[in-house]
Each structure stands twice: as structure tokens, then as C-alpha cells.
Design a protein around this ligand. Structure first.
Ligand code: NDP
Length: 366
């Protein structure tokens, strides 16, 4: 029988990769994990966790406004963006350190740097060129924001990767998109004091959600002062001495200090060595897997956003756990991707599971 350096090599220490590594190690596997950015992945570093902190910060505006009606007399509140960014950084660093500590305690070797696949059982660590052999390789590299639509000047736009660390609170901001990230950040920045405009190609926010919820959120955004531009997208972004001038379809034009594009995310699969190893991907670049997260290569698996099944943190964790049980726990577990609850941390918040009313009416006689 072939002897490998490790039983499992995980590429990417985000939600799915860390869970898989820890469960596999608990089953006695010798595990190594590589992370090129920061331990914790999108959710902890530049996704759910910092976003929730900013949601909490933003809602104080509503609480301050309500307070007088409940007998409180407050001095005029003011908001300090760099202070929030600093506090956010401290908290995510604390959480990232806990993740690292948990990996250490589980006996997992952590490599800070990029790993690329050389073949079905071998990887190369880019930091020092070391080669590692593994019985099983798990790809858990997540996804990254896209800069679409492809219009002149899109390189001036920021994405959810940059928005958490802006040096100052923008006075005017254009958010492009009508999905999770667009409505969450429109709700946040409108309350922190930014003049927010949103431009989306659809006729309402959150396609695929229940129509009543979409309408309620649309009204909530408008009430918070967000200027909604539906059926409209940028056609050009130009730099001006004070910010950016954005031309939109329908001949509209607006000025903004920041333009944030939130039109979806793509799996992080380029430059990983997947072609060399013969791992199949779909037309969007996502790694193709079966119900047990196995790719077409017997020893290579993938979990989380890189597979583009359902791009949500709890799903990645579930897939990572099920993979480790299947491969190292001797108990085959397939992940069922139907009826997954989801929450949108806009203000107001939405949560749902199962069919929308429209879908239910189309299927059942009611
Ligand atoms: P979403 O898929 O939620 O929304 C994308 C938006 O961009 C939609 O309004 C879509 O329009 C529009 N769009 C897509 N492609 C283009 C294009 N080429 N030109 C113009 N508009 C376009 O993506 P997000 O980036 O907001 O978030 C990515 C994913 O991250 C989410 O789908 C979700 O899985 C996850 N996420 C989850 C959160 C949570 O659980 N609370 C929070 C944040 C992200 P249309 O509807 O017409 O297709």
C-alpha cells in the first residue's frame, strides 16, 4: 500500500475546510491544511461575521430615533467609521486566532500559503516549493466576487472584499446588484449616514424570494432613504477629481464616492492545478462533485462555494462534516440540498425555507 505524508490535505481554511479537517482529525486522520489569506475564510474575515457587526452598528440609528418616544433624552449621536472598522478588525482577528488554535489542538498542521495540486495525490506549497503527498485531497477554496457587468471603468469599483476596510465612510455610494450583498450593504450604509443609490437589472430586489417579502424589503430600503433604480445598470464609470461619475442605462448619470459591485461570486478554481490533475469543472468554473462531494478523480473531493451548490456558510460546514464522516468515519453521508433555510440580514431581515408562494401555487392546486 502506498505511503503518503498525510491522510488528508485540505486547500482552504474557511468554514467547509476547517470543519472537514477537524472531523477527519477526530477520526484519527493525519491532516494538513493550507490557507493563502487568513484562517476563517470569507464568513469570518470578509463575510457573515463582519457584516453582522456592521448590521448591528447601523441599527443604532433606528434605536436612537425611537428612544425619545420611550422617555430617553440623548445628545445628538455621531458615528465614527474608522472606530467601527478597528473594532471589527479586532473581533475577526480574535475569531481567526480561535480557529487556528482549534486546528492546532486537533493536531492539524497549518500551512500559511497557497497550495496547488500536481496530480491525484501530490501538492506543492508555493511558499517554499515543498511537495506533500496525500491519500485524499479536499478542495475548499470558496468563491470570489465578480466585477460584472463588464463596463469601462469597472476597475474603479469595489466589492464586498474591500467594503469592510474603506478608509472613510462614503458620503455617496452606488451599489450595483439586487441580491443578498446589495440589499444588506444598502441597509447598512443608509443607516450609517451614506446617501445610497442601488441599481439592479431586475424589477425588484432578491429574485427567487417570496414576492411579499421582496416588496416589503423594497419599501424598507426606500424608507431608509435608499434611491432604487430598477431595470438599470452602469454603462461607464469615470474617475472625477472628487469621486466617480457613473453613466447608467436610460441616460441617467450619478456621482458617487464609492461604487460597489455586488452581482454574484465565482468559484476560486483558477491556478489550482485542476487541469493537470484532470478534475472536471462546470461552465462557471465550479468543481463538479457527486452527492458525497467526490470529484471525477477518486482521491479528490470538494466542498463549499467552490462547488457552487448552495453558497451558504452552514451548507459548507455540513458538506465538510459529511465528507469527513464518509471518508474517515466509515459512515457514508450524502448532503441533501433541498429545503435549506436562508436569512438575509437586510433591515428589515428576511428568512425563509422551502417553496415561495408562487412556486407552491404552480405545483399545487390552490
Ligand atoms: P446574488 O446572487 O445574491 O445576487 C446577484 C445580483 O446581481 C442579482 O440581483 C442579479 O440579478 C445581479 N446580477 C448577476 N449577474 C449580473 C450581471 N452580469 N449584470 C448585472 N447584474 C447581475 O449575489 P451576491 O453577490 O449578492 O451574493 C453572492 C452569494 O453569497 C449569494 O447568492 C449567497 O449565496 C451568498 N451570501 C449569503 C448571505 C447570507 O446568507 N445572508 C449574505 C451574502 C452573500 P438577477 O436577480 O436579475 O439575476
Amino acid at each position: 500500500m502506498a505511503v503518503y505524508d498525510v491522510d488528508l490535505f485540505v486547500i482552504g481554511a474557511g468554514s467547509g475546510g476547517v470543519r472537514a479537517a477537524r472531523i477527519a482529525a477526530a477520526h484519527g486522520a493525519k491532516v494538513m491544511i493550507a490557507e493563502e489569506f487568513r484562517i476563517g475564510g470569507t464568513c469570518v474575515i470578509r463575510g457573515c461575521v463582519p457584516k453582522k457587526l456592521m448590521v448591528y452598528a447601523s441599527r443604532y440609528k433606528d434605536h436612537f430615533a425611537d428612544a425619545a418616544g420611550f422617555g430617553w433624552k440623548l445628545a445628538a449621536p455621531s458615528f465614527d467609521w474608522p472606530r467601527l472598522v478597528g473594532a471589527k478588525e479586532k473581533e475577526i482577528s480574535r475569531l481567526s486566532a480561535i480557529y487556528r488554535d482549534n486546528l492546532d489542538k486537533a493536531g492539524i498542521a497549518v500551512e500559511d500559503g497557497r497550495a496547488e495540486i500536481e496530480d491525484a495525490h501530490r501538492l506543492r506549497l508555493l511558499a517554499d516549493g515543498r511537495k506533500v503527498s496525500a491519500r485524499i485531497i479536499l478542495i475548499a477554496t470558496g468563491a470570489a466576487p465578480v466585477l460584472e457587468p463588464d463596463v469601462p471603468g469597472r476597475e474603479f469599483a469595489i466589492t464586498s472584499n474591500e467594503v469592510f476596510d474603506l478608509p472613510e465612510l462614503p458620503k455617496r455610494m452606488l451599489i450595483v446588484g439586487g441580491g443578498y450583498i446589495a440589499v444588506e450593504f444598502a441597509s447598512i450604509f443608509a443607516r450609517l449616514g451614506t446617501e445610497v443609490s442601488l441599481a439592479a437589472r431586475g424589477e425588484n430586489v432578491l429574485r427567487g424570494f417570496d414576492d411579499d417579502m421582496r416588496t416589503g424589503l423594497r419599501e424598507g430600503l426606500a424608507d431608509a432613504g435608499v434611491k432604487l433604480n430598477f431595470g438599470m445598470l452602469p454603462t461607464r464609470i469615470e474617475k472625477t477629481p472628487t469621486g466617480y461619475r457613473v453613466s447608467l442605462t436610460k441616460g441617467m448619470c450619478l456621482d458617487a464616492d464609492q461604487v460597489m459591485i455586488a452581482t454574484g461570486r465565482r468559484p476560486n478554481t483558477s491556478g489550482l492545478g485542476l487541469e493537470t490533475a484532470g478534475v472536471e469543472r462546470d461552465s462557471l468554473g465550479a468543481v463538479k462533485v457527486d452527492a458525497f462531494s467526490k470529484t471525477n478523480v477518486e482521491s479528490i473531493y470538494a466542498v463549499g462555494d467552490v462547488t457552487n451548490r448552495v453558497a451558504l456558510t452552514p451548507v459548507a460546514i455540513r458538506e465538510g462534516h459529511a465528507f469527513a464522516e464518509t471518508v474517515f468515519g466509515g459512515r457514508a453521508e450524502a448532503v441533501v440540498h433541498s429545503n435549506i433555510p436562508t436569512a438575509v440580514f437586510s433591515t428589515p431581515e428576511l428568512g425563509c425555507v422551502g417553496l415561495t408562494e408562487t412556486e407552491a401555487r404552480a405545483i399545487y392546486d390552490c
